[in-house]
Ligand binder design. Sequence first.
Ligand SMILES: NC(=[NH2+])NCCC[C@H](N)C(=O)O
Length: 412
Amino acid sequence: MQSPLNIYSEIGTLEKVMVHRPGKEIENLFPEFMKEFLFDDIPNLRLAQKEHDKFVEVLSSRGAEVLYVTDLASAALTEKKVRADFIDEFLTLPKQLHRDEESVYISLKEYLLSKSPTELVETLIRGIRKEEVFVEKRHKLAGMLDHPYPFYLDPLVNMYFTRDPYNVIGNGISLNPMNQTARKNETIFMKYIMNHHPEFKDADTPIIYDKSNNFSIEGGDQLILTPEVMAIGISSRTSPHAIEVLFKKLLSVNKSIKKIVAIQIPEERAFMHLDTVFTQVDTNKFTVHPAVIKIADEMNLFVMETDENGEIIVEKRTNLVETLKEVLELDDIILIPIGNGHVIEAAREQWNDGSNTLALAPGVVVTYDRNYITNETLRSHGVEVLEVPSSELSRGRGGPRCMTMPISRRRV
Ligand SMILES: NC(=[NH2+])NCCC[C@H](N)C(=O)O
């Protein structure tokens, strides 16, 4: 069966997309562990959900079919044996289990196995607080001590940024080994959806990358500029080794991608992924953080392609516009500076994901309404901008592109 996955660009009309509506996991965020969970503030859950519903409404209003990870995962986990494997895989990671006794593992597994597929998915995402499960204390000394850490299983608070833990390239999927411990378990949902969901399990879907490859890579760093060319960020989350391994695999299974431009970005919180400073809004138009424009002719860019023997060759470039013209074979590239290029407006709006646009079609993007200066700049370049409310969703440091995992786009 042909794979239902079909992504050959960043901008082709969005047909099918996967999202997660923020849920109870957000209420497991608290100040002491916020940084570890990669948040800078605690969103108001009810408002965040309203904003997310509005976001989904905008996607649907332009014809995209919106699927929820939780629904897909529940439908993939109908068999008990599959649920048991899924739980095992989930419980191998959490650091807090290792601090505790084996009996924690046994009790958690039993507790999770007693749940229906829908409840199981919901529980694994919201995390398990210690008071929720009874664990028999088998060791006398350790049993006398109470460890202050409040969870047996951490909440997956970043789950609504579906872009990062997995992403579609062509008709294949990259199951990304996440760089940050707080996000590692998110990838497992997609693995089970691909292997066990009725709509995906019999499809011929190449796995382009997975955790057997060790090096971390995340979807926020991967942009599919054309069917032949990708841009991938070398960032705090994505290692250069991973990019090379991914390219090799793409050359053998995807056969469409011929070139990768690896773009080095600073390893800073504000620049966590390439899509926080650079996104494609139309064939030749890109949003860019002015800090990047400033150094646009002295960047570390690496064009990867193959020679006539099929060997990978890597060449360094330094000029962003010239390199994009070269790899995209275009005469004209327009870089749209966020915050209209002003040092303060740009930094402020980029902090709230002003350059994290999601294209619904060539020249049509969804953005956060709070970034009104960037939105006007985009409009002045002829881009249609659909704004969504954003006071709560933005607190997780991700925007419309981060909140979506496109499954299918019409060819440009
Ligand atoms: N593609 C993106 N820019 N994703 C943003 C993810 C934000 C999330 N809090 C993290 O630190 O991982």
